[in-house]
Design a protein around this ligand. Sequence first.
Ligand code: UT7
Length: 332
Amino acid sequence: MKKSRILGVGHYVPERIVTNNDLSKMMDTNDEWIVNRTGIQQRHWFTPGVDTVTSMSKNASELALKRAGVTTSEIDFIIFATVTPDYFIPGNGVLLQRELGMGTIGALDIRNACSGFIYALSIADQFIKTGMYKKILVVGAEIQSSALDVSDAGRSSAVIFADGAGAVVVGAVETNQPGILSTHLHAQGEYAEELYCKDPGSSREVRLSPELIVSGSFNLTMNGNAVFKHAVVRFIEVIKEALDANNLSKSAIDLLVPHQANLRISQYVQNKLELPDEKVFNNIMHMGNTTAATIPIALSEAWEQGRIKEGDLICLAAFGSGFTWASALLQW
Ligand code: UT7
């Protein structure tokens, strides 16, 4: 039996920075509201014709591979978490495989929105532990800005979501080495429509029509209050579940890297767990909420800033559309 370990992490965000003041020219909003309610000061949005989910994930993956000291030829499998793939069909994993020239290795797409990266990491962990694969590239990447309603009607979602990509290389190590200790995955489909993008759905006469476009059903729709209320409960639950499963107390955590949904959610979780500021990593202030990409982007920035050291106990936790929520506990 092997253990899996994150060998390297990288990220890439589009060059275009969109500030809160930029948003206030598109819709009825303002810097004060956005900062007070979400903590976000600016975010990155893609430039059509320049950035794609594939191009961003390629850049993030190349950095993760370089930092891991691993070449593309050593990777056995790709797991790609995104709800905003470049094509409706096929998924984005195959596009990244082609772009990186990775032969005919398998590529799997995960559609679990904000929890997608932890779901993907968990699958990588299982494949490695069984001995099926030795090195897996796990990616979270999104272009959310093209599905946002930037009119006044969509302002509560439009100010939150953003674009970017993060990637990790997960490799097999001996069981006495640091690595992934556990993952816990949950879902509750009764709340699917509280945060969703209805179209292009398949169960209607036509997937695309001028009427559907005008109806706004292609835009992301969110009941922010409901998401917030469930998120703060589930974050705590799933982190405690991870600690209990490993007989660890919350004080053992060296760094909590929560999905960057809203700074107020992260702060609530931090307070409940009584963690000092240096034990929680947030970058939503300059990154916004990049859905499946928030955790690998945050991990990459935390690593660059020296906030993660070898052997540290890192807790990842996420909550989002589905609803789905998840945690991963690992020693770096
Ligand atoms: O990634 C995982 C999924 N997403 C999340 O975790 C997001 C969770 N939810 C949230 O982050 C928050 O619910 C939001 C930031 C989306 C909204 O904050 P809120 O404190 O729940 O505000 P609200 O929707 O209750 O709206 C309060 C007021 C309303 O005005 P009235 O009715 O009180 O006059 C809104 O119309 O704020 C208004 N409002 C805005 N005002 C300025 C909503 N959006 C905006 C805006 N700018 N962008």
